[in-house]
Design a protein around this ligand. Sequence first.
Ligand code: CA
Length: 424
Amino acid sequence: MLKSNHPELTTWIKVPENSDFPIQNLPYGIAASGDLIFIATRIGDTVVDISVLVDFGYFDSLEIPDLSIFYEKSLNELALLPKNLRIAIRERLTEIFSSSNMELQGNEEVLQLALHQAEQVQMLMPVQVGDYTDFYSSIEHATNVGKIFRDPEKALLPNWKHLPVGYHGRASSIVVSGTSIHRPKGQTRPNNDEETPHFGPSKQLDFELEMAFITSIKTNLGDSIPVDQAEDAIFGMVIFNDLSARDIQNWEYVPLGPFLSKSFGSVISPWVITMEALEPFRTKGPIQEPEVLPYLQIKGDHNFDIQLEVAIRPQKAEQTIVCQSNTKYLYWNMAQQLTHQTVAGCNINPGDMYASGTISGPSPDSFGSMLELSWKGTRPVKMKDGSERNFIHDYDTITMKATAQKNGVRIGFGECITQILPAK
Ligand code: CA
């Protein structure tokens, strides 16, 4: 176990009870305060400007070849550091902020510059996303969608258990939590072959509860990443709300897959939770039967036990939790996804994003989209204010949360929030 993961660790920074950000978390993000934009970590409700600690020599003991990575306005260069150096930075942060350590504690000159209250900073996109892939790795979700749109008897297509199905998505429309998204307009299916398609604001706007991982290495075109090395190429994870317009999707997706129904806005949580922080939460994934091809076979525990939750808040009303799921349900794990992504020779870069696909669990209250929760509008979801939802209404706010808990340590992802505004 890394020292930085020890459940007994405490810090001299105040951490509220049930905070997502104990000393064992140490996520990375990009924060803005006035004109300052800086690489940050967070402990409790305190956001730490890491570049200030670098200024004052707190990282001089580490053999980091180029300290300019700490002055970037994205985490891409930090992610690109070799894994052993990323671990060394994490361990050093743990040391500096541990209760008994006096290097920084009480040093008012540095603290004044380095510490910010979370409510007084704005969180920006943590990475510059060059490329984005969306997988389809929950067997429950793929089965539900197959039942709803195709044949209940043959809900899963023949390839599904042999490869992690995915598509190349749009990176430009991935935005950080807190960004509002306008309801998309588009073409929808005509009632019959004689009619022309309809055009207008989507009537079936949906969320998709997903998690995404961010890669930490650069590979050459033609190279592929062996499955037992794939996790070392992952920097960390965020919550990913893949907003989807079901009516637009239904008309456009054959034969080449989703297009405009998925590219009008996807929202991520601002803090990247590192693979090191998530290490204690490894768990077994579902049994893969039939056996997968050798290049996708991996031994050990490669799923993660992270509780997920989605709430919808209608305008001026209390929020209702509509879904509770868990990343452990994913049939295909991140190592298999990344290996499959590169097996044909596709090159990857630090900061690239790979979303899991909607994470549905086995029970109806764990389904990760309104499409499944309302079973395509046939079982409306009741809200606390008495209203009902088949899909998302204008001015609804969608909040996703993710937390891993074990041995009294709670590692949270913070929140991934977006409000839906009327079509432009
Ligand atoms: Ca998706």
